[in-house]
Design a protein around this ligand. Structure first.
Ligand code: MV4
Length: 472
């Protein structure tokens, strides 16, 4: 096992990784910016070092991070999600410096980051992909010819994109004309590569992904699926497991397909195989994520398996300690991402100090966070304050438990997504498990609520006015 693990990340996922390391008796090194210096994960790690410069660049500074690992005697690095997690050059640099990267091989990261390559590979393995072309497009004429063959609407995608970046929906040939060059130059700016491809557009799909674990000896299991359809602008908000939309037969077929993809890719460690599922329950491979994901907690709750711990054990060269038959899906889990955002103002991110923070608890309730009363929400990072995950014996019990937990949750000082989620847990369509990727856009206006923070703002405004008019 490793002597020491450096965590190349911040916030809740850094704390999440520290917790698994503690249970494995592995000392940890946290890295942090100046803005993060006094936050919880830094205190909970055994050692901490400042990585400059600035609030973000340090977390992306490959050679500085590897240097710190060497200085502190860390023989492994966990990248978390975001930042360097899917950077194959970082994984490679770790290896070259004799440090184990806790994740897949650089080759797997690079290959899965190339969406055209992944599509070809998956198709060869016999797993369905969305109807489309399997090579890059080289001209607008070719794009038009292929789109009319596939049939509109189509989606223009950047090969280096993913997670919703570099996408263009084209309903008519004119859309393609207008966006083709723009899509290419945007892809070049964002990813340094401008190859694009085209797929048939799947209307109102569900986004269903399978969690995978694979050791270095060819043992591969899936841990069931997560339904991540409830999102806005490709930011997931609520995830559930298992998906209310899958029956046992489809679950088996998709789980087998996810394992097939993993095997064909020669993939190791933890990963996620994403699918789109259409109204007629056809499923199509979308992409493979080569990292631990934010929403991994719901899979842990329904399987009882600590995914981060498994990642560390696999990276240390251990065999998977369970087979597919030994993974039992039990009950249902829901995760709500508690974001500092105002859903009634276009999900505008909020910054400021948390003047009150009281997190829910009780049976089946789990909080993964890095905030507390007095925490200053900085403007530099994503707006997720905490993840609230609940488990219940049934879907209905987990919905009631999430509603109850959200009612207990108190956060004051910044606007959050909590009031919106309270409404969603009481929405008939959600409660019946009837939602697709358009749920938030289609229902936001109907999900009206009063934010207790607004009432408090009024109280403070009146108090300030009274104070200003009081003669001393
Ligand atoms: C699609 C699609 C419909 N048809 N591809 C968005 C995330 C990225 N991984 C791919 N995405 C989509 N690809 C075809 N051929 C619809 C989406 C999509 C979507 C997918 C999952 C979750 C939310 C979404 C929201 C809008 C579009």
């Amino acid at each position: 096992m490793f002597k020491k693990v450096l965590i190349a990340n911040r916030g809740e996922i850094a704390l999440r990784i520290i917790r698994s390391c503690k249970e494995l008796n592995i000392p940890t090194v946290a890295i942090h910016s100046e803005a993060d210096a006094t936050t919880l994960y830094v205190k909970k790690a055994d050692e901490a070092c400042l990585v400059g410069p600035g609030p973000v660049a340090g977390y992306l500074n490959i050679y500085r991070i590897i240097d710190l690992a060497k200085q502190r005697g860390a023989d492994a690095i966990h990248p978390g999600y975001g930042f360097l997690a899917e950077n194959h050059e970082f994984a490679e640099a770790c290896l070259e410096n004799g440090i184990t990267f806790i994740g897949p091989t650089p080759k797997a990261i690079r290959e899965m980051g190339d969406k055209i390559f992944a599509r070809q590979m998956v198709k060869r393995a016999g797993v369905p992909v969305v109807p489309g072309i399997d090579h890059g497009i080289s001209s607008i004429e070719e794009a038009e010819r292929i789109s009319s063959e596939i049939g509109y609407p189509v989606m223009l995608k950047a090969s280096a994109g993913g997670g919703g970046r570099g996408l263009r929906l084209c309903r008519i040939p004119d859309d393609l004309k207008r966006t083709y060059e723009m899509a290419r130059s945007e892809a070049m700016k964002a990813f340094g590569r401008d190859d694009v491809y085209i797929e048939k557009y799947i209307e109102s799909p569900r986004h269903i992904e399978f969690q995978i674990l694979a050791d270095n000896y060819g043992n591969i299991v899936h841990m069931g699926e997560r339904d991540c359809s409830i999102q806005r602008r490709h930011q997931k908000l609520i995830e559930v497991a298992p998906s209310p939309f899958l029956d046992p037969e489809l679950r088996k077929k998709m789980g087998d397909a996810a394992v097939t993809v993993t095997r064909a890719a020669g993939y190791t460690n933890a990963g996620t195989v994403e699918f789109l599922v259409d109204k007629d329950k056809n499923f199509y491979f979308l992409e493979m994520n080569t990292r631990i994901q934010v929403e991994h907690t719901i899979t842990e709750e329904i399987t009882g398996i600590d995914i981060v711990k498994e990642m560390i054990k696999i990276a240390a060269g251990e065999n998977l300690s369970f087979s597919q038959d030994e993974i039992q899906i039990s009950g249902a889990a829901i995760e709500c991402r508690i974001n500092a955002e105002d859903p009634r103002n276009n999900f505008l991110p909020a910054t400021g100090r948390l003047t009150a923070y009281y997190s829910p608890g009780g049976f089946g309730v789990r909080i993964d966070g890095n905030v507390y009363r007095g925490y200053l929400v900085p403007p530099y990072y994503d707006s997720m304050l905490a993840k609230l995950t609940v488990w219940g014996r049934t879907w209905d019990e987990s919905v009631s438990r999430m509603a109850r937990s959200l009612d207990e949750f108190v956060i004051r000082g910044v606007k959050t997504t909590i009031p919106l989620y309270r409404m969603i847990m009481r929405d008939d369509k959600f409660c019946r498990g009837e939602f697709d990727t358009h749920y938030i856009d289609n229902n936001l206006d109907a999900l009206v609520y009063e934010d207790e923070n607004d009432r408090l703002d009024l109280v403070y405004a009146i108090a300030t006015a009274i104070a200003a008019h009081t003669h001393r």
